[in-house]
Design a protein around this ligand. Structure first.
Ligand SMILES: *Cc1c(COP(=O)(O)O)cnc(C)c1O
Length: 387
């Protein structure tokens, strides 16, 4: 079956007693045993719970993996994955990285002796020179956020496999609807399901999907032992969001493509970073390895003094910190999502004080363009008046 059908049908035939089309929320933390040595398959909620199990099975199936693990947030998913490593291990990590992941590595994982080098994961020479005998894994975001750098997943995953390293891909921005890294050679996929998978800015959740029996077993042990698991209510809410993922991603992509093209021609904009635009440096790789483009992009204003008035004058678009929901949000990465990344790294990758990130919602794109055009005109007027 096509992915649209599988998404719409998540959990729909899983409840045999009543035939409920919508799989119920089981809040129970404990499960009765028929007799000694027997179990219904459920013992204690942290290890396995019915509502979460339906979500986890769907997640594994959608990402073409062997096992899925639902976590209390995207960061909880990443921390659970990082628990695979031990003192002395080293990771190669995408340069333009989600700020929270950078903080987890640099402020917590390094206390446990796990270190990371930040490299352009599309540059195999840079990867080879940053790798050491202790390098155990590559962690990739593609596209990266906010600068939308694209990594050739098949190429880098093969490179890592040849060297005995695991490939971990944060697939938050594209979701399995547009990109399935495990099919391209990755070993582990992680998601902040808070973003597109949930899709409505109303649930915090993370997912891990693993390939291979041994790795899946190890991850099950870590997931249960660490305990940063997703509760039944949030598991249900996430599945409810995922049922409409196909429709939402198509609309996010359509809107983002139209609005990115509009901004590209605007006189107050210096550059637009969107892999869906033909002149984006990663455009060809992105079109080859995924079936569509994300709904977020970044753009650099010509003057840093435009930032404040633009953020003050947008009305439909909210100045807020997240992405992937039905509502449009605008973020100022240098002071919000990426504030924890040292200025030197930020400057090197181009997250500067003129860069704004736009998570395009599913509103009508003409309304979004009007809102942006109006705010940009106000900003230009204010600046002209001030000078
Ligand atoms: C938001 C995000 C995370 C963290 O997820 P939370 O659900 O906020 O904990 C990790 N990676 C990426 C790419 C994200 O956008």
């Amino acid at each position: 079956m096509k992915i649209e059908s599988r998404l719409a049908q998540i959990g729909s035939v899983k409840e045999p007693v009543t035939g409920a089309v919508n799989f119920p929320i089981y809040p129970s933390t404990a499960f009765r045993h028929p007799r000694v040595g027997q179990s219904t398959g459920f013992d204690y909620i942290r290890t396995k719970s019915p509502t979460r199990a339906v979500l986890e099975e769907a997640a594994a199936e959608l990402e073409a993996g062997d096992a899925g693990f639902a976590c209390s947030s995207g960061m909880a998913a990443l921390q659970t994955v990082f628990a695979l490593f031990r003192q002395g291990d080293h990771l190669l990590v995408s340069l333009d990285l989600y700020g929270g992941t950078y903080r987890l590595l640099e402020r917590i994982m390094n206390r446990f002796g796990v270190s990371a080098s930040y490299v352009d994961t599309n540059d195999l020479d840079a990867m080879a020179s940053a790798a050491t005998p202790a390098t155990k894994a590559v962690l990739i975001e593609t596209p990266t956020n906010p600068l939308m750098m694209i990594t050739d997943l098949a190429r880098v995953c093969a490179w890592a496999r040849d060297r005995g390293m695991l490939s971990i891909v944060d697939n938050t921005l594209l979701t399995p609807f547009f990109q399935r890294p495990l099919e391209l050679g990755a070993d582990i996929v992680v998601h902040s399901a808070t973003k597109y998978l949930g899709g409505h800015n109303d649930v915090l959740a993370g997912l891990i999907i693993t390939k291979g029996a041994e790795l899946s077993e190890e991850m099950a042990m870590l997931h249960n032992s660490i305990g940063a698991v997703l509760g039944p209510q949030d598991s249900w809410l996430l599945m409810r969001g995922m049922k409409t993922l196909a429709l939402r991603m198509e609309r996010h992509q359509y809107n983002a493509t139209r609005i990115a093209a509009f901004l590209q021609t605007h006189e107050a904009i210096e550059q637009v970073y969107y892999p869906g635009l033909p002149d984006h440096p990663g455009h060809d790789i992105q079109q080859r390895q995924s079936s569509g483009n994300t709904g977020i992009f970044s753009f650099r204003l010509k003057d840093a003094r435009y930032v404040d008035p633009v953020l003050r004058h947008i009305k439909l678009i909210a100045f807020a910190e997240s992405l992937g929901g039905v509502e449009s949000l605008m973020t100022y990465p240098a002071v919000q999502t990426h504030a924890d990344i040292p200025e030197e790294i930020r400057r090197r990758i181009g997250v500067d004080d003129r860069l704004l990130r736009f998570s395009v919602g599913i509103e009508h794109c003409d309304d979004l363009i009007d809102d942006l055009a109006g705010a940009l005109a106000e900003a230009q007027r204010e600046l002209a008046k001030g000078e």
